[in-house]
Design a protein around this ligand. Structure first.
Ligand SMILES: [Zn+2]
Length: 156
């Protein structure tokens, strides 16, 4: 059995700016209203697999720091970044941006695709849910809009 939370219908969403350095169109700085969808597989214990409201609260805690920020991948590959005082300087393909440090969300990856975001948000959710022995598997999607998402699956 699994339960499903659809962030588009339950306000589990965030907005952020990003860029995909290796992609032609997406290398331009742009933003999305992201939605999170999650499925939690397991066995029912004390009426629930997990409490919906608790699941929603945990995901909101995880995505809160990303909301209304510029996502900067910190594993330098095609893009590079450095801090200068309270500014984060990002460079790639002849472009150079300077962002105010508190406006930046550092993502521990080479890119900020939905796949990379799903991997990070999913593993943080798994850290929180896996102590519940009745939870066997989670699936989580970061959608760049309704109907377009990258899913990760994490299990025991
Ligand atoms: Zn994008």
């Amino acid at each position: 059995m699994f339960l499903e939370l659809d962030g588009w219908k339950t306000e589990v969403r965030f907005a952020a700016a990003h860029f995909i350095p290796s992609h032609d169109k997406c290398s331009r700085l742009h933003g999305h209203d992201y939605g999170v969808r999650a499925r939690v597989h397991g066995v029912v214990k004390d009426s629930f697999i997990v409490d919906f409201l608790e699941l929603r609260r945990i995901i909101l805690e995880i995505i809160g720091p990303i909301d209304h920020r510029v996502i900067v991948p910190i594993v330098d590959g095609i893009s590079s970044h450095r801090e200068e005082g309270n500014q984060v300087i990002v460079e790639y393909q002849g472009k150079k941006f300077s962002f105010f440090l508190p406006d930046v969300y550092y993502l521990n990856d080479t890119t900020s695709s939905s796949e990379a975001l799903a991997k990070q948000v999913g593993s943080k959710l798994w850290e929180r849910l896996s102590p519940n022995e009745n939870v066997s598997r989670i699936e989580l999607s970061i959608d760049e809009g309704p109907g377009m998402g990258a899913w990760v699956e994490i299990h025991r």
